[in-house]
Design a protein around this ligand. Structure first.
Ligand SMILES: Cc1ncc(COP(=O)(O)O)c(C=O)c1O
Length: 402
């Protein structure tokens, strides 16, 4: 007891608890400046937390050494740290040319669609999904074969029959694992069935695993390409920007056991993408080498926010549906039972002064209407700001008849 009291006295305040909206509203912050000052921004996927101290120190040190080209053939220390991390997720035995760096993950999504499909061909997605998946398809003249996830009592599930039907005649599956915006982490059994399906339908796979380090439970993460049966047909994309809150310093990686597949994408789109920046390399290397404790603290805090949100929704909005996000700091809320479901995003902005992402954003044209009344809410802020946002939403819902 005495020990606990003594510890508490000397414990530093959690920097995630003491966020100052005035400081967050820096003119460079898209999240904090898109809407007027009185709006709490819970939209774009940045966390409001300060960057890990070892990353800041590494960047300061890097700045003292000029800003010439970094290792254009792939920074060896970054590659080694990334390979070790990927091996822990089942991606062992990668060939040296099987990892290539990108200026961000989205360029990798576009490049995969560009290199592995031809105009007019079908690309499969599971909706709702992070919107650049659909943009990468439609912007490049390919066609979306979108399959809606099923909302069950246990959470969002894959509609296997529909996915199989949608895969007929398609070239490529764009998988989001963990899945933005539902927060699903696909289980070993689901991954096995997905692998069976892509083998049966002869699909390439782009597995975007950017949120893998943001799992809110202790279970280990299994990469889609952990199974040798699908390694020759799979490109895995990852990066540091979600877990380490560094989206302003774009960098990502494209990974495959099939170095020729990576080579094919690089040949088709490498020149268009350009190279990763020197500071982004420094940042990712520091994150992988020294950012672990910061990430663990952040995950503990996010878990607290997620649980607070679940409890709040259960208690105050029994008419809403929210399944526990297993990963990410994003919550996918079904508010279709509310009288203002038809303009939910605008309603919350105007009446609650809270900015969220609108559900239809996460689907392609033909499926948008089915997500009207859903929102994606980013809960990676301080507990105080989250509570204030929920109280504002609660008042607005109440005044509008719920
Ligand atoms: C699944 C997914 N992929 C890619 C990105 C963006 O990656 P980048 O900023 O590196 O292009 C995001 C951002 O939220 C994401 O959720």
């Amino acid at each position: 007891m005495l020990g606990a009291m003594t510890d508490a006295r000397f414990e530093a305040p959690n920097p995630r608890d003491t966020l100052d909206p005035a400081a967050l509203r820096h003119p460079d912050s898209f999240k904090w400046t898109l809407y007027p000052e009185d709006v709490i921004p819970l939209w774009i996927a940045d966390m409001d937390y300060p960057v890990a101290p070892p990353i800041v120190a590494a960047l300061q040190d890097r700045l003292a050494h000029g800003l010439g080209y970094a290792q254009l053939l792939g920074d060896p220390a970054l590659k080694a740290a990334l390979s070790a991390k990927l091996a822990g997720q089942g991606l062992t035995g990668l060939p040296p040319e099987g990892i290539t760096f990108l200026p961000g993950v989205v360029p990798g999504i576009y490049a995969a669609v560009h290199a592995l499909t031809s105009p007019g061909e079908l690309v499969v997605t599971m909706t709702p999904v992070y919107h650049p998946f659909h943009l990468a398809i439609t912007d490049q003249g390919r066609r979306v074969s979108g399959v809606a996830l099923r909302d069950t009592e246990g959470g969002y599930e894959i509609n296997w029959a529909a996915l199989d039907a949608a895969s007929r005649g398609a070239r490529l599956l764009l998988l989001c694992h963990p899945h933005n915006p539902t927060g699903r982490v696909w289980t070993a059994d689901e991954l096995r069935r997905l692998r069976d399906l892509v083998l049966a339908r002869d699909l390439f796979v782009m597995s975007d695993e950017l949120h893998a380090d943001l799992r809110l439970s202790a279970e280990p993460f299994e990469a889609f390409a952990a199974d040798p049966r699908v390694q020759s047909r799979t490109l895995t994309l990852t990066g540091p920007c979600k877990a380490y809150n560094t989206a302003g310093l774009g960098i990502g990686a494209m990974i495959s056991h099939n170095a020729a597949l990576v080579g094919r994408v690089r040949a088709a789109a490498g020149g268009l993408m350009g190279h990763e920046s020197a500071l982004s390399v420094t940042m990712w290397r520091a994150a992988l080498q020294e950012g672990g404790p910061w990430l663990q603290d952040t995950l503990a805090y996010l878990r607290g926010n997620r649980d607070l949100l679940l409890e709040y929704v259960r208690e105050h909005w029994p008419w809403a549906r929210l399944h526990t996000p297993q990963a990410t700091y994003l919550a996918w809320l079904d508010l279709r039972a509310h009288p203002r479901a038809g303009d939910m995003q605008a309603f919350l902005l105007d009446e609650a002064r809270v900015a969220v992402h609108d559900g239809p954003v996460f689907a392609h044209e033909a499926h948008k209407a089915q997500y009207q009344g859903f929102i994606r809410l980013n809960f990676a802020t301080s507990r105080e700001l989250l509570q204030e946002a929920l109280a504002r939403m609660n008042r607005a819902f109440g005044e509008a008849g719920m």
